[in-house]
Design a protein around this ligand. Structure first.
Ligand code: SF4
Length: 447
């Protein structure tokens, strides 16, 4: 059968889609593009915001329009949440929870037949690990679940308790990726700071001081062919001198850290049930900068959390300037049914959320350019990923270790395509589109 996938949401979802595609291929099915005519459409959904819910449903409805006779499958977080709420949707034949993703082939093949017979939506209830889309950078999922229970977040309810993969299986997978030519791996999970935690205690990872994660990263660092190891989102509380010092001794770790802030106001952080203060977060940044020079610090910030006053929002704006973020993912607070924040008084109007998001996004662009101007050296090592068109001109583009996107005019390089998935020394010469750097390619320095 022809099976089409579409992925929404986080890196973990993209990783898990790769795994599910592989399972279908191994069972003799063909993977086709989502826009094609398929027998089975699977949308790996997201429920992190109301918009994510809407998009998940929209894509499932689109699949139904592409082939009204196809089996339409909602997999992942939106499906988990819909099952809990008892939601049905006549366009969706099967809901598959995260925990049942490894069994998706048999579920879809057997339960689809049942669905057709009973004329009712089938609720079935994980994937653990595999292959991403690009052939330069691969995601590896090392962990699932979160027990932090931030008051705005539905994830602990839909992903469940903490589960870590053993070191051997992660190393084996990474070695396989290296053998297939991947040069960069991105460590992902729902809460990778909790890697190796054996209880669901929300503070256990702090006591562990990141030791299991460090042990895993050292093993991964030893794999030939893997040139870069990038970390997914880290919880600020994992940062300590001991952790960062040891991390900086692992040569392949990229100086790029995503530390979710969410708010720069202590009172908002408290309402969010985030277990750190703005000062503790800043102290963590100082430690990280001491050992990694000028790393890219990226973050997420929510605007319009219940009760957020103008003064609290201004505290976040001031904090962002002090922190000098390289990139901020700005999210408007979105009420999620079943969370504590959904029931809080002082819900902020959409217009105020939008206005604050616009202000923070403006600051984010300024900070991003400031960071690039300060972090870029005359020469940068770029892992080229693809040929793309910018302003009607072809460029070969890739990222440096700090995750700054760098583009080089493709016509200046004979056979530019063949350089995808190589690391090259690029001389930085200027800026295009206000954010992408362009450089000269120096053929003598391919790594
Ligand atoms: S740390 Fe907080 S925001 Fe992140 S997944 Fe866990 S509960 Fe959600």
């Amino acid at each position: 059968m022809n099976v089409a996938f579409l992925t929404l949401g986080c890196k973990v979802n993209f990783y898990e889609t790769g795994k599910m595609e592989k399972l279908f291929e191994e069972s003799g099915h063909n993977i086709v593009p989502f826009e094609d005519y398929a027998d089975i459409y699977i949308v790996n959904t997201c429920t992190v915001t109301n918009i994510a819910d809407r998009k998940s449903r929209k894509m499932l409805h689109k699949a139904k329009r592409l082939n009204p006779y196809a089996v339409i499958v909602a997999a992942g977080c939106y499906a988990d949440s819909a099952i809990k709420k008892g939601e049905a949707d006549k366009s969706i034949d099967i809901f598959i929870q995260n925990k049942d993703k490894p069994d998706i082939v048999s579920i879809v093949c057997t339960e689809a037949a049942k669905r057709i017979k009973d004329k009712a939506p089938v609720y079935v209830s994980s994937i653990n690990h595999q292959l991403p889309a690009s052939h330069t950078r691969a995601y590896i999922k090392i962990q699932d679940g979160c027990t932090q229970y931030c008051t705005y977040c539905i994830i602990p309810y839909v992903r469940g308790g903490l589960k870590s993969r053993d070191v051997e299986s992660v190393v084996k997978e990474a070695a396989g990726l290296a053998a297939n030519g991947y040069k960069e791996i991105v460590i992902t999970g729902i809460h990778i700071s909790s890697y190796g935690a054996v209880t669901d205690n929300a503070d256990e990872f702090v006591k562990l001081q990141g030791k299991p994660l460090l042990a895993l990263l050292k093993e991964l660092n030893g794999i030939d062919g893997i040139e870069r190891i990038r970390l997914g989102s880290l919880e600020p509380r994992i940062i300590s001198t001991g952790f960062i010092k040891e991390l900086s001794s692992i040569p392949k770790i990229c100086p790029h850290f995503h530390l979710s802030l969410q708010s720069g106001s202590d009172t908002v952080l408290k309402r969010m049930n985030r277990h750190y203060t703005a000062k503790e977060y800043l102290d963590g940044l100082s430690i990280t900068r001491k050992y990694f020079g000028n790393p890219a610090i990226t973050t997420d910030i929510i605007t319009g959390f219940p009760g957020e006053t103008e003064k609290e929002f201004e505290e976040t704006m001031d904090f962002a300037k002090k922190a000098g973020f390289a990139k901020i993912h700005v999210f408007k607070y979105s009420r999620r049914y079943g969370t504590i924040a959904d029931k809080m008084d002082g819900q902020v109007s959409e217009s105020i959320k939008s206005e604050r998001s616009t202000r923070l996004s403006g600051l984010e662009r300024e900070l991003g350019i400031w960071y690039q101007d300060n972090a870029l050296k005359e020469h940068e090592k770029v892992l080229f990923e693809e040929i793309t068109e910018i302003n009607s001109k072809k460029y070969i583009v890739g990222y440096n270790e700090r995750y700054i996107r760098i583009a080089v005019p493709a016509e200046s390089i004979p056979g530019a395509e063949s350089l995808c998935n190589t690391i090259a020394d690029v001389k930085i010469t200027g800026r295009i589109n206000g954010e992408i750097l362009t450089g000269c390619y120096s053929p003598a320095t391919i790594y």
